[in-house]
Design a protein. Structure first.
Lengths: 253, 275, 253, 275
């Protein structure tokens, strides 16, 4: 990814919502199989954006059994059967999990509540599992898909010391984390630990460090390249009234 | 079960076959094609101490917790989904110890169900390494006896007493057809001792004969069926109806008699279910 | 099964073919799930006969994925897709094997080349497995279905010292054998060993003993009740030109 | 594999991708919906030292043995079926040691394929107790670590390099539809590293969009497809054509040049395959 020269960047209005969706989409590679699951509106939008914005072909499968679907509208629920509209096959749950565990899933988007410096995730609980302060959604795809997908990418709508932590309250899933996207930063795994790849043009390396609970390398990191016209247009098409952006209610700070 | 016997009964009679303390596998996923009218009927009948088995429950498990009908759950991921986030009454039930949770990954729950479907005591499952779940659940890993050097986790059999599926269409004889994704319904219908089905409508048996490949569950695996139009409300049943988000918003208001108001607002009346 | 008084019996023309098909059918019970597989023309005919001749309902599933099919004609091959004609579902191979291993298959018809007194079967080889005199079809359903079906029944078109043996050349399958039908006898399992239930009216206990390689009990055995009118009619409907009977070419002696 | 790329190629090119010594899982069962034109094309191209993996091969394995193309087989039950009994050239090949057989029950072969499909090194399989097959194949049994007292056999992973399926219809993009039973084709298509398909005809992509539930194999699991009308000859392809028993009778005559005569009699010519 070619980065503009640091410091030169001016773009006051790259929303945290657009930042996360766009940077999730940028993890998608040509001719690969990419999966989005339940509770995953942002990755769903990222996959649909990539289909529109990028000049290459890839296979998008989702938890609704869709295979390269052409939904007549974008559903609020990322597991909505609308996501199989226009699909020529139904590739249901048992099938896509087996695809992943046998090593043929190239890219999986998986949710997380807490993420540590090793790219492990907690989606189970805040506090002790047996008497939780907050009971979270739980295991889901992570424990099986994170270690078996060729690449897994997660996102967090809050970048803070309680979401990007040194120590997880519970290790729900560990293994193949490849990338993490937050409102202000993109991390990728390097030598077994998350390293900063780039930061939101309105943020800075200092801010990312201040708001991150684990240590990380940042060699070669700089401001994230802005959305291309194609990326911006694609997202505008997917969210014409900005409803998803409003519902997501994500802030940089 | 034998062929051809009349299997279509009212919803109340179907729900009445589930006794207190039963383990119940529930079809669909989150807000989509779940047997929600059946779940509400269990609550109307005051069922207690149930176990719910489902990879991705949401509205159903929250409703059961809110009604105090649930004692145990084996689940992968629990949320209302859409933009509703966590399932509030479920969350409270776990945090206060009202229900006992066995936390799974969706695929480990499925592995346990596959063990039951295949008649073996356990099923290997890929991944899991590095997770705290095995220690939590007492899952054992073994080294491949065939020398690959791989260590693989074995998930113990999960054999629910009941599976309840909501389908688009059934035949008079109890054959089951769904449109769009089957979610986890296939494996649920093969792992439970008894399979119940609710369906939006009856379709002619002839239509099943024309396309038998579309039948997800053959009649002889199904004990009984109820015809419940809009039985997945407030969830979706593709392609017939979408999620009723307003109804779920209303459900989530923590008002006195809120549960009863929600039950009363449901499309299935006391008598609708009679086919 | 009520037996006519021994010795009284007169019926010169109960063919070995009809004897096997009819007696296989008589193992089918009301409201049960019965399965016929590949290489199993006689059990296929038995299931179709039972559907026509018996006053009770049962579920007939077969290796062609058929569930209570209504084939427009009876196929030569017992795995012919014709056996799913009129079926309202396709219950394919993975499904009926899982049904059996989880203990929900009531009655399975399974072939055999050699059968021993314990009801174990050899369908693998004559002679040593590693340098066989005759390589036989092999494992098939037996090793998994015989021990897991609630009842398994086999048949042999030749009743001789080389087919009903004291010692199998190879134990392909062992376990839940419930009954065996030959051109001259019906055996059922009793206290872990095959016992004679009845013999062909034209045969005798002596002949069955002479032509059987293993010892067996025969308490309560007598001539097999002849085909009822309904059984005879049903078989006539299924094989109007006697083609199956000719192709099977089974002899009493 | 990516979506939309042109996957439809001539039969000769499809068969040419299978190199000598490959392990090949073959679809269908006995005389029904097998990719028999593809098998014949392998023989025309003089392929050698192949391994065949199939629960119930018959005509296909016999043909490969007759042509001297086969070195190994993993099979459950082998016969010509119909009224033809044993597969004569296969039988001879085993009896003379021309091929090495790994004898399975159909369900143990399937368990091995399921292990490959699920990415685990082995798969438990019910039954088998008391059979000589485990000793023959070195299958291990383990005691249920969860205390049921059950002992269960573990079947090692079986991962063929290729699966070849004959289908009724494919889309231009390579989606696969079959009518009637799918035999073992689903699990073959999920366990092999590369999936090839021959099909009687192309069906409009729109027809797949209307009933995606009927698609057995989605395009992205399929590497390449050849359109081969009557590609299952002399076997059946329901509901299009039945078994050609006369042709099989002719094939079974042990005449000089009998094999060549049979290959020449096949409907697929050198060029028919071009779509």
């Amino acid at each position: 990814m070619r980065l503009p020269k640091a410091g030169m960047w001016r773009m006051p209005d790259w929303s945290a919502f657009s930042y996360i969706v766009t940077n999730l989409a940028r993890f998608i590679r040509p001719h690969e199989i990419t999966f989005s699951g339940v509770n995953s509106a942002l990755p769903m939008l990222a996959c649909l954006l990539a289909k529109r914005a990028y000049p290459f072909d890839f296979t998008y499968i989702n938890v609704a059994g869709g295979v390269d679907p052409t939904p007549s509208k974008v559903p609020i629920s990322s597991s909505d059967p609308l996501l199989a509209e226009g699909s020529r096959a139904i590739f249901a749950n048992e099938d896509f999990y087996d695809l992943c565990t046998r090593g043929k899933m190239d890219l999986c988007f998986l949710g997380a509540a807490q993420i540590d410096g090793l790219g492990r995730t907690n989606v189970s609980c805040i506090g002790d599992w047996h008497s939780p302060k907050v009971r979270l959604p739980g295991g889901g795809g992570g424990a099986v898909m994170l270690p078996t997908a060729r690449r897994a990418v997660t996102w967090r709508t809050e970048h803070s010391l309680r979401t990007l932590v040194e120590t997880l309250d519970f290790v729900t899933a560990a293994g193949g984390m490849h990338g993490v996207v937050t409102p202000i930063a993109v991390f990728t795994k390097r030598e077994g630990r998350l390293a900063l790849a780039s930061w939101h043009p309105e943020a800075s390396l200092d801010e990312v460090r201040r708001r991150t609970g684990f240590d990380f390398e940042a060699d070669g990191a700089g401001p994230t390249p802005p959305p291309t016209q194609l990326e911006a247009n694609a997202l505008a098409t997917l969210d014409p009234e900005g409803q998803f952006q409003r519902d997501a209610a994500i802030r940089l700070r | 079960m034998s062929a051809g016997t009349a299997k279509i009964i009212p919803l109340q009679e179907l729900a009445a076959r589930v006794v207190d303390g039963s383990s119940l596998a529930v079809g669909g996923s989150f807000l989509h094609r779940g047997p929600f009218a059946f779940i509400r009927e269990l609550i109307r009948q005051g069922r207690k101490n149930l176990e719910l088995v489902k990879q991705s429950p949401g509205y159903d498990i929250d409703l059961l917790c809110r009604a105090g009908a649930l004692a145990r759950a084996r689940a992968g991921i629990v949320a209302m989904e859409g933009n509703f986030g966590l399932a509030p009454w479920y969350r409270r039930a776990v945090e206060t110890g009202q229900i006992r949770l066995e936390e799974h990954a969706c695929a480990t729950l499925t592995a346990g169900l596959r063990a039951a479907a295949a008649g073996v005591p356990f099923m290997p499952c890929g991944g899991i390494h590095g997770s705290d779940l095995p220690a939590l659940n007492g899952w054992r890993a073994i080294l491949d006896p065939y020398g690959s050097g791989q260590t693989v986790y074995l998930i113990p059999r999960i054999a629910p007493e009941f599976a309840v599926i909501h389908a688009n269409e059934v035949s008079e004889e109890g054959d089951v057809r769904v449109y769009g994704t089957s979610h986890w319904d296939r494996i649920l219908s093969r792992s439970a001792a008894r399979v119940f089905v609710t369906a939006d409508r009856i379709a002619p048996s002839a239509s099943f004969r024309v396309q038998p490949e579309l039948t997800l569950i053959p009649h002889f695996l199904v004990e009984a069926v109820s015809i419940v139009p809009n039985g997945a409300w407030p969830g979706s049943c593709w392609p017939s109806y979408e999620v009723d988000y307003a109804a779920i918003e209303a459900y989530l208001v923590d008002a006195r008699d809120g549960l009863q108001a929600h039950l009363d607002a449901a499309p299935e009346g006391r008598n609708v279910a009679h086919a």
